[in-house]
Design a protein around this ligand. Structure first.
Ligand code: RB5
Length: 149
């Protein structure tokens, strides 16, 4: 599985540890930056990761900023992307089981790096349950074709 990874300056200090963890688990990681702790704009990195997931050139993505929120708002602009902010192991797991989230967004200013690694780990290992959750996720996908204002 190929994981696209992106962060801003708030998430940068966690990046190497998280990528190292993902590689030890056998994942291939494509790192879209940022590459130092200088101030950057999170939409640029969310765009790179979400575009990769939307086009199918990566299987899934992880985005880290201060809160995870700005990354999530940006990523969800892209067709086929279901980005979710995780704020506990439970919400990380349910983001996959119920929402089939294909990008996980996390807040580096709210959690320790080991907590974030745990969120990512449970999310990657969880499976989408389908059934009634599939019907609901399909309703979300159908909104993409409607140019709703
Ligand atoms: C950057 O200061 C901060 O706004 C950003 O990391 C993120 O939390 C936005 O949602």
């Amino acid at each position: 599985m190929v994981i696209a990874f992106g962060c801003d300056h708030a998430g940068y200090s966690f990046k190497e540890k998280i990528i190292m963890f993902l590689k030890t688990q056998g994942y291939k990681v494509v790192d879209y930056g940022c590459f130092d702790d200088g101030s950057v704009d999170y939409p640029d990195f969310a765009t790179a990761v979400a575009r990769c997931v939307s086009k199918g050139t990566c299987d899934t993505g992880v985005l880290i900023c201060g809160t995870g929120i700005g990354m999530c708002i940006t990523a969800n602009k892209f067709r086929g992307v279901r980005a979710a902010v995780a704020y506990s192991t439970d919400t990380a797991e349910l983001a996959k089981r119920h929402n089939n989230a294909n990008i996980l967004c996390v807040g580096a200013r709210s959690f320790k790096v080991n907590e974030i690694i745990e969120f990512i780990d449970v999310w990657l290992k969880a499976s989408f349950e389908g059934g009634r959750h599939g019907r609901r996720v399909d309703k979300i996908s159908n909104l993409e074709d409607k140019n709703i204002k």
